[in-house]
Design a protein around this ligand. Structure first.
Ligand code: ZN
Ligand code: ZN
Length: 119
């Protein structure tokens, strides 16, 4: 025996809880969006990339030199050494003090190599 009034009360309670939950998740989303648009967030991002370059001056120098050499035609990009892909290959440096001593790797093999190095 179910009481229709009780049933409706329960239904109302449930949908109220649902709406409250939804409202709070929308609010959370809006807060994140606002944070991303804030100067604080941009400033933080900018500082991270400065930090990256100041911590890796060698790396930056090596890739700049390599990039210029490729543009000038002094160095020819090869196919990926791992899979033979001739798409957009990266020059990977085993040693940043030798900017022209590179391995040509496609983005996929390049990322994989760096992941293996980290382990
Ligand atoms: Zn590859
Ligand atoms: Zn690399």
């Amino acid at each position: 025996m179910s009481d229709p009034a009780d049933y409706h009360r329960k239904l109302a309670q449930r949908s109220k809880a649902f709406l409250e939950q939804r409202a709070s998740s929308l609010l959370r989303h809006a807060t994140v969006e606002r944070y991303k648009a804030s100067d604080k967030y941009r400033e933080k991002n900018r500082r991270n990339s400065d930090l990256y370059h100041s911590r890796n001056p060698e790396k930056r120098r090596a890739s700049d030199l390599l990039c210029h050499a490729v543009e000038d035609g002094r160095i020819i990009r090869g196919p990926c050494e791992d899979c033979g892909s001739t798409g957009k290959v990266h020059g990977h440096h085993d040693d940043y003090s030798k900017p022209f001593d590179v391995r040509w790797l496609c983005p996929l093999c390049h990322v994989r190599l760096h992941r293996m190095e980290k382990k």
